[in-house]
Design a protein around this ligand. Sequence first.
Ligand code: CMP
Length: 396
Amino acid sequence: MAEKTETARARTHAVLSYHDYSPGARRYRALHLVVLGAGLVAVALSSVEGLSPIIDRTLPVIILIVSGVFLAEYIARLWTAPEDGRFANLSPPAARLRWALTGTGLIGLLAVVPAFTVTTGTIQADSDAAAVFCILWVLKLGLYAPAMGTLARVISNERATLASVLIIFVIVLIAAGTATHILERNVQKQLFGSIPAALWWAVVTLTTTGYGDVVPQTVGGKMVGSVVMVSGIIVLALMTGILATGFSEEERRREYLRVWDQVTKVPMFNELGTVTVSEIVGKLRVRHYPTRFVVVRRGEPGDSMFFISEGEVEVRLPHGSVKLAQGGFFGEMALLDRLPRSATIATTQPTTLLVLYASDFYEVASHIPSLVESVEREARRRRAENEANQGRSPGL
Ligand code: CMP
């Protein structure tokens, strides 16, 4: 019985952790987003005055329902806290307490507060409460969104490069602020009378925001302004480049780990040595499909082949159907024969596939001949089987 509870707890923890790709976890995430979206719209609208009475009466009900869902989620997260790797060496009550005191736990708890304010009638159109809940709920979304974790990793990985660009930013900022202060102070005493005042103009110009509330009037001031504007574009371009490259690198690393996880479930990859496997891992992509999803259609051109790491697919051929289970592969014939797809293939259950695109397939073929040989052998067998079955089909 205790074991049963523990599996249910581990399962719930996985579903809530955002790293699970099972249909249940995906449905939960979609539902969570819909509920959050509805809650945000309701909270934002509750700050608008003069809405029709019916909307005014409906909004608190929506906020109450959303808070109810968040309360249930908070309780579930509290219950599953002992499954969190960070608290592995703590007793279940201690793990729950530790989780409740983390930023995630505290925000999770605060996100439930709107329910109380609504039931006590304290949420009003002109109160700040609506705005605060809006922020809290959006924060809640950010806490669990994988992109936030990625951003944190990217900033940490690229901190040295980002810091050097920031130093350039600060140098230009202070130099421009000081120069315009000297050049403009006699003409615009109020706006450039001190270095901090001139810095406001420098920040607005360097970030390319350009409110236009402070404008240099002397020739010297305008020349400094031109340099600051061009520097601003360069600094922003550098920042964008660093972050974009960092993001794509991080995503590539994550994809590598996701693929590696799935590759171990395909026996034909396990037979290759670690070095060879690591070579092919970089070329595979993980795709999760729900039940009855058509992955390839007969007659369409084929640009990839698939390995089944989890689940099962049905190959629908003109003379009947065949099932392919975990470890199997399909879509190789179009790549080898350069012909359209010979069958339609659909999933019969939630399925995870590893996709190998044509360009990578031909590269793998030249590097790992043993793998492609077994793929070719099976393709020959399939072709012969299909031809034999076609010959036997009535009317042919
Ligand atoms: P392709 O022709 O690219 O797309 C359809 C796929 O169905 C095909 O590659 C094979 O991978 C698979 N297929 C075709 N015939 C059979 C068969 N007899 N048994 C199992 N799989 C098959």
